[in-house]
Design a protein around this ligand. Structure first.
Ligand code: UTP
Length: 282
């Protein structure tokens, strides 16, 4: 693995934890201050060296396409009303040199299924997966995806972002079992999906940043649908471990789970204060 240039952003989930707003607006388009969540993930990917982004979109996908597409009429109108300075702002939403692809997931059949749909676009290349609802503020460290890419290149294999969570929350995450050697990156021995605290092998949870070799696709193809007929990414990774090393990496950064109202609220307050100086102004 020399470098990672392609990234999959799966955004075809139902967002049930944020109903009713997700009935009208998909969660990746919800704002953290002045930008939709998805923009933060795109910026993280681009500043980590990604040049091709494959969005897996669902029934609300046109909203995402419209947001990242160019809007000539808006640009003309801004010129007409003398607001030239805003043109750069809207052009920067998706820089020209980034190649964007959209793949439609007709039914939300799970994260593993969503990733499988990008197989043709990925080809024989290593790739990243970013889950947009995990917003990670890595400042002053490099972007989290860049941290993972560096480890993937140095270990020449698959890497998954992990975080230490409160033990009572093990039943919300995929939990890894590793040989603890106090390294920031450790080889994964097993993953257990949402275990009860008493059955959990650790309190190290998988979060939404991954680097994979394309080998993961053949493992995902063999995963049997589980709860709700979904193909789970975790099952594909557990199978991959039998063939290739997969490292768990404790990234530097603070994560907000913006897939629920608590994380969304905390991220809004934190980004508002840190990056926009809000609240000080009240
Ligand atoms: P989640 O597990 O958060 O599911 O998906 P969800 O449907 O989005 O949200 P809740 O739990 O119902 O509130 C993790 C990521 O995987 C994508 C989602 O869009 C989200 O970014 N996903 C999930 C898909 O693209 N397709 C799927 O079939 C499932």
């Amino acid at each position: 693995m020399d470098t990672v240039r392609k990234a999959i952003l799966p955004v075809a989930g139902m967002g049930t934890r944020l109903l009713p707003i997700t009935k009208a607006i998909p969660k990746e388009m919800l704002p953290i201050i002045d930008k939709p969540l998805i923009q933060y993930a795109v910026e993280e990917a681009i500043s980590s060296g990604i040049t091709e982004i494959i969005f897996i979109i669902g029934s609300h996908g046109q909203i995402v396409k419209n947001y990242f597409g160019s809007d000539i009429q808006l640009q003309k109108n801004l010129i007409k009303i003398g607001k030239h300075h805003l043109i750069k702002l809207i052009q920067n939403v998706m820089p020209m040199h980034i190649n964007c692809k959209y793949v439609f997931q007709e039914f939300p059949l799970g994260l593993g299924h969503a990733i499988l749909l990008a197989e043709e676009e990925i080809g024989n290349n290593p790739f990243a997966v970013l889950l947009v609802d995990d917003l990670i503020d890595s400042d002053p460290h490099p972007p989290v995806l860049k941290q993972l890419i560096n480890i993937a290149i140095s270990k020449k294999t698959n890497v998954i972002g992990i975080e230490e969570i409160m033990p009572i929350h093990t039943n919300r995450y995929g939990i890894v079992s590793i040989n603890k050697t106090n390294q920031q990156a450790e080889k994964i021995i097993n993953i257990i999906e949402k275990p009860d605290i008493k059955d959990s092998p650790s309190n190290l949870a998988i979060v939404g940043r991954y680097i994979f070799n394309p080998k993961i696709f053949s493992h995902l193809q063999n995963v049997k649908p589980g709860v709700n007929n979904e193909i789970q990414l975790t099952d594909g990774i557990v199978s991959l471990i039998n063939e290739q090393d997969v490292y768990a990496y404790r990234y530097n950064g603070s994560r907000y789970d913006c897939g629920d109202i608590n994380g969304l609220f905390q991220a809004t307050i934190s980004y508002g204060m840190k990056y926009h100086g809000l609240l000080n102004k009240i």
